[in-house]
Design a protein around this ligand. Structure first.
Ligand code: C2E
Ligand code: CA
Ligand code: CA
Length: 947
């Protein structure tokens, strides 16, 4: 492309006339060659026809057309007529002194001899003034070869008439423009009718161009029927040349011609004849002359090119065409000379094009094309830019907004870009500008730029928008295109931004719902633990986290008596009161139904947390005025503080919650600190409670038996069943510990039933009839069905009822109800004996002793321990003996460890004793062996020693 441009510049731009002459000569050559290959033919015909139409002239009037028109056909009848009709016409014409008569009718075939004779006669009488039409035509021959058949009038007519050929030769487009001077008919050259009519015959073989400027309407025209009916003007035909021919459309003797569309054959002959007669045949000039003339003028125009104005030059070139066309018309009008101008006009047009290219510059044309392409690409980009749901902004290094998408205007709230209208510009928020500056600086320093971005909040009078943005820096490379905003080597940043307010609000809402309790809005446990963990992580070694666990007392009662709605309102009111309190609450959590946790803002470990907790308890104890009425409640609060920043949040919360649980047995308002010792105790109790049931199912319990002896004879009188639990982790767990927990948790009933069953089964297998004493918990006695349990155990084991003693503690009979009394009677009626265990430790009154049917009173070991030294113990034991005697029960003293103690017991008349002196609690296996052996021994003491 560059080579062409430089050739163009260096080869043609010089002032040298030689160089300038190159253009017209080149164009001349092109025009001439194109003229020779006939490509302007159509255009030339069109110009010629236009010139003819513009230079119309009248016919000479010497040639008259007698037309066989529709009216004639209507009156005379169907064609062909009897030849006498034509004979009559000839007669009339002769009478009218017509100069010559040309009949353009086919007389080549005979009709009737009479008719032919009549016509021949008339022709003869016309005395050599009649000419008849002859023509050669291509006959469609059956043999398939083309034959030229000449239609020549019958010899009978030709004897006294002339022959005139009427053949016409249309151009390729079917339009008749030329006419021959003559034709070969039957091997002889004959003059054409126009040649004869104009008197210019004798040029057979050549033809001439008909000048259709001669107006056919000016040719005198008469109807054939008027001729026959003598209606023609007196002198109308006098000395005129008359042509008789078809005019009616029905006769189909018409030809396509320029200017008028079509003409009847006879009229065409007349116009052609008039052309010759008036010397108007068209003379066509050689195309080279106008082209040379044009080339010369073009050369002149080019010589003056530099010194003239563009419009003048264009006008000059156009003037060449107008001048040529003017000359063409004048020549045609005056001399029927046809000047071919189409190639000339084409040549001028070509010059104009060449000069336009020259004037505007080829490079510029290429740029125009490139621009169009760029425009298309720009339009596409613009469409994408405008339709983007994201805000897109192009920002330059100075921070000016060069382009902004419609969405950008919505987000940033301005209507125009900075460059176009500085007063009403988009002012980019500073965080975005900062990001743009940074990324462009990175780009300019050669750091491979990647997308950067961030978030910002756009504050307006109505609302706040959260905007997320991305900045992509670019260096412009394609600097040749004339796009709107690009310039050489500049760096720009593309900022895309989107309004994520709704998305963020939704996420926040979801986050809120996942973290908050729906009813009160307080944090859920996991969210509270997260916050607590974060706070713990931020603590300095000198700080600590302070938390409280709060439980509403009797909240269940509020729910059941006042309804859940009131309960809900109360929970909300508690949270609100905590949140609005002045104790510095950082966060509140609803841990469960009516349990809350509070994290305090204060981090000073010296904080009087107990005092603060009391304040909170008092605050929450104040009356709540709810929609349904006023309510007052007590709360239990436990508090804990973190021991180290590494403490886990859940461990800390656990401390507070555990402490809260420990306080459940305390009625009314309570505030208690986390105490590691009591907590450990509680933890152990909870663990035991948890593991009781699986231990029972796994048969992890074992029953030991402790001998009971007769004080005087020291022989075996009974065995007390004492349960043991050896825990895999906690080791041996004392019944004092696990029985109490089993009682509290309700596990005592299944456990007690199992012990009863196991002890009865064991005793039933003993070889000697020794009664077994089984401890029965008050819970078992009061809540369970002890009668059914005992009956079942006796039945299953087959043990005699009088070999089973149930040991009941004082606390059982303290509840002193008729039901307890009845149960005791029922048991005794089964045959089972009852012992009052641990006598002296409780509050048993003498009244009970007489009222309840005990078979044995067991004096607690605490009275035996100091029996030999402590007179009070001695008095109590002595008194108990008297009492036992009164109610008819035997007395057994527990915990006898020394002979001294035994001696004293003998002294006061105690019946039975139990203690390490006679035997510790022993396994069933050892007991079995012992029983088998003592059957032979004197008394138990001996066995104890050996055991
Ligand atoms: P208890 O009914 O007063 O049982 C006697 C307790 O005194 C047993 O403790 C026994 O080992 C202990 N003992 C016996 N002789 C002596 C002695 O000479 N000196 C001393 N210092 N202690 C002696 P153990 O087995 O730890 O039982 C403690 C308590 O647990 C029992 O007191 C009883 O109330 C309860 N208990 C044990 N087994 C069962 C059971 O199967 N069912 C129920 N409901 N309670 C049971
Ligand atoms: Ca006992
Ligand atoms: Ca006891």
């Amino acid at each position: 492309m560059k080579t062409i441009c430089s050739l163009w510049r260096t080869g043609l731009a010089g002032p040298d006339w030689l160089k300038l002459g190159f253009i017209p000569i080149l164009l001349l050559l092109l025009a001439f060659v194109s003229q020779q290959v006939n490509i302007w033919h159509e255009a030339e015909n069109w110009t010629e026809e236009s010139r003819m139409a513009l230079s119309k002239r009248p016919a000479s009037g010497d040639i008259v057309f007698v037309a066989i028109d529709k009216q004639t056909l209507d009156e005379i009848g169907v064609w062909p007529w009897p030849r006498s009709v034509m004979a009559e016409a000839i007669d009339r014409l002769v009478e009218s002194n017509a100069l010559e008569i040309f009949i353009d009718v086919d007389f080549s075939t005979p009709s009737s001899p009479e008719q032919d004779a009549i016509l021949a006669k008339s022709i003869r009488q016309a005395n050599g003034t009649v000419s008849l039409a002859a023509f050669s035509q291509t006959s469609s021959v059956k043999s398939g070869t083309e034959d030229i058949a000449d239609s020549v009038p019958l010899p009978i007519f030709l004897d006294s008439a002339w022959l005139a050929t009427v053949n016409v030769f249309p151009d390729h487009d079917g339009i008749v423009r030329r006419f021959p001077f003559g034709n070969m008919i039957a091997g002889e050259p004959e003059s054409s009718m126009p040649a004869l009519l104009s008197g210019k015959s004798g040029l057979s073989g050549l033809d001439f161009a008909i000048n259709f400027a001669i107006d056919p309407d000016t040719v005198p025209l008469y109807s054939f029927i008027d001729l026959l009916s003598n209606k023609l003007p007196e002198s109308g035909l006098e000395q005129k040349t008359v042509v008789i021919g078809a005019h009616a459309v029905e006769l189909r003797d018409t030809f396509a011609v320029p200017v008028y569309g079509s003409l009847p054959g006879a009229m065409l002959q007349i116009v052609a004849a008039e052309t010759l007669k008036q010397n108007f045949e068209i003379v066509r000039i050689l195309a080279i002359w106008p082209l040379l003339f044009c080339a010369l003028l073009q050369f002149l125009v080019l010589l003056l090119w530099k010194s003239t104005h563009l419009l003048t030059r264009i006008g000059a070139v156009l003037a060449i065409s107008i001048l040529a066309e003017g000359i063409g018309f004048i020549l045609f009008y005056t001399s029927s000379i046809s000047l071919p101008t189409a190639a000339l006009h084409a040549m001028n047009l070509a010059l104009l094009l060449v000069l336009a290219v020259r004037e505007f510059g080829l490079r510029n044309w290429l740029i125009v094309l490139a621009d169009a392409r760029t425009r298309n690409a720009n339009n596409l980009l613009r469409q994408v830019f405008d339709d983007s749901s994201e805000a897109i902004l192009i920002v330059d290094e100075a921070g000016a907004v060069l382009e902004a998408s419609p969405k950008a205007r919505i987000i940033f709230g301005q209507s125009a870009v900075q460059r176009e209208n500085p007063e009403n510009c988009i002012v980019m928020p500073e965080p975005i500008l900062e990001c743009v500056r940074q990324s462009l600086a990175d780009l300019n320093q050669g750091v491979r730029a990647s997308d950067t971005g961030g978030e910002l909040i756009l504050t307006s009078a109505t609302d706040d928008k959260i905007i997320e943005f991305t900045v992509t820096p670019s260096r412009l490379t394609n600097t040749e295109t004339r796009t709107q905003f690009l310039a050489d080597g500049r760096s720009i940043a593309c900022v895309t931004a989107r309004d994520i307010t709704t998305k963020r609000r939704q996420a926040e809402r979801l986050d809120f719902l996942s973290k908050r309790d729906e009813l009160t809005g307080a944090f859920r446990r996991h969210a509270f633990l997260d916050i607590l963990n974060q706070k713990l992580a931020r603590l300095t070694p000198a700080q600590s986290c302070q938390i409280m666990a709060i439980n509403l007392n009797r909240f269940k009662t509020v729910n059941t008596t006042l309804g859940r709605d009131v309960g809900d309102q109360l929970l909300c009111a508690v949270v609100t009161r905590l949140a609005e309190s002045e104790i510095g609450v950082e966060c509140i959590s609803r841990l469960g139904g009516d349990t809350f946790a509070v994290l305090l803002q204060e981090t000073d470990p010296q904080l009087q947390l107990h005092v603060t907790s009391l304040q909170v308890a008092n605050l929450l104890a104040q009356t709540y005025f709810l929609e349904s009425g006023s309510i007052q409640i007590d709360v239990r609060i436990s508090y804990a503080r973190s021991e180290s920043p590494t403490q886990a949040a859940d461990a800390l919360l656990n401390c507070a919650e555990m402490t809260l649980d420990e306080g459940t047995d305390v009625a009314g308002q309570s505030v208690r600190p986390y105490d590691p010792v009591s907590s450990a105790k509680h933890a152990r109790a909870r663990q035991i409670e948890r593991e009781l049931r699986p231990a029972l199912e796994n048969r992890d319990f074992q029953i030991l038996y402790q001998p009971q002896v007769d004080v005087n004879g020291r022989h075996l009188v009974g065995m007390e069943a004492l349960t043991r639990w050896s825990h895999p982790v906690l080791g041996a767990v004392s019944p004092d510990e696990f029985i109490a927990i089993a009682e509290a948790s309700g596990m005592i009933e299944p456990l007690g039933d199992w012990i009863l069953q196991a002890a009865c089964c064991e005793a039933a297998n003993w070889t000697e009839a020794i009664p077994v004493a089984v401890n029965v918990s008050p819970v078992q006695f009061l809540r369970g069905d002890i009668i059914a349990s005992v009956t079942s155990a006796l039945e299953t084991s087959g043990l005699k009822p009088n070999h089973l003693q149930l040991e009941i503690t004082e606390s059982t009979i303290l509840t002193c109800s008729d039901a307890v009394l009845q149960t005791m009677h029922d048991l005794r009626s089964l045959g089972v004996t009852l012992a009052l265990d641990d006598f002296g430790t409780g509050y048993a009154s003498l009244g009970y002793m007489t009222q309840f049917p005990f078979d044995q009173v067991k004096v607690d070991k605490s009275f035996i321990r100091n029996l030999t030294t402590d007179p009070t113990s001695q008095s109590i034991v002595q008194f108990t003996k008297t009492l036992s005697d009164v109610v008819g029960a035997t007395m057994l003293c527990e915990g006898v460890e020394t002979e001294e103690q035994l001696t004293f017991l003998k002294l006061i008349g105690c019946d039975q004793a139990q203690g390490f002196l006679f035997g510790t609690p022993l396994s069933a296996k050892i007991i079995r062996r012992m029983i088998a052996e003592i059957a032979n021994s004197e008394h138990i003491e001996e066995y104890s020693r050996t055991a």
